[in-house]
Design a protein around this ligand. Structure first.
Ligand SMILES: [Zn+2]
Length: 204
């Protein structure tokens, strides 16, 4: 069976950001509005955006996060106005520090995008756990949480000992380091730093 070759209709773009949020939407808007495209207010989510110009419609679909991967394509028959829109979006993304990539690169990239998203979730979990630790201290006696600077336990009212304070200080400095590590990892994931390099982050 012969494989039918079609003219490439989809443009894949990588933006050095975690997800499709306001700055990226603004970037697309600024690129398309001067050419007469109007954003569809009903289709404006973190997953997909839609613009129309006359009878032509265009969709931007999210394919991955950390960094943001989107594909731009016509809804319906492709035409010159779609190609112009794709070129405008590509130029805006390149100017914003992103890049475009091919179908083949997309196939290679999608499994990685999945891993990166999972890694980002783990880093977010580490971050929120560490941030909680920075806000409260736990009583080794009754297990209650008190304000991190409290001198007495909010649960059993006993006075924290010097040993408790030392332990609290150790916990705080470990949590501070964890916050820094997790924030760095999340920023690198969003920027598109390769996964292998992120694996080299040391813990402890
Ligand atoms: Zn207590």
């Amino acid at each position: 069976m012969a494989v039918k070759l079609v003219r490439r209709q989809y443009t894949h773009l990588l933006l050095p950001h975690a997800s499709l949020d306001d700055p990226q939407r603004a970037l697309f808007e600024v690129a398309l509005r001067p050419a007469g495209w109007v954003a569809d207010p009903d289709e404006n989510s973190t997953m997909s955006l839609r613009w129309t110009k006359g009878h032509a419609a265009l969709r931007v679909q999210t394919l991955g996060w950390f960094p943001l991967l989107v594909t731009v394509g016509p809804i319906g028959r492709p035409s010159a106005v779609h190609r112009d829109a794709a070129a405008r979006l590509t130029a805006a993304v390149l100017a914003g520090g992103g890049r475009s990539f091919t179908d083949r690169q997309l196939v290679e990239y999608l499994p990685q995008a999945q891993l990166r998203w999972q890694r980002a979730l783990l880093e977010r979990q580490r971050l929120s756990t560490a941030e909680r630790v920075l806000q409260a201290r736990r009583c080794s006696y009754c297990g209650s949480w008190s304000d991190t600077s409290a001198t007495h336990c909010a649960g059993c009212r006993r006075r924290f000992t010097t040993a408790d304070d030392r332990e609290r200080d150790t916990t705080v400095s470990r949590a501070t380091a964890t916050v820094k590590e997790a924030e760095t990892a999340l920023a690198e994931l969003a920027r598109g730093v390769v996964l292998e390099r992120l694996g080299g982050v040391t813990h402890g």
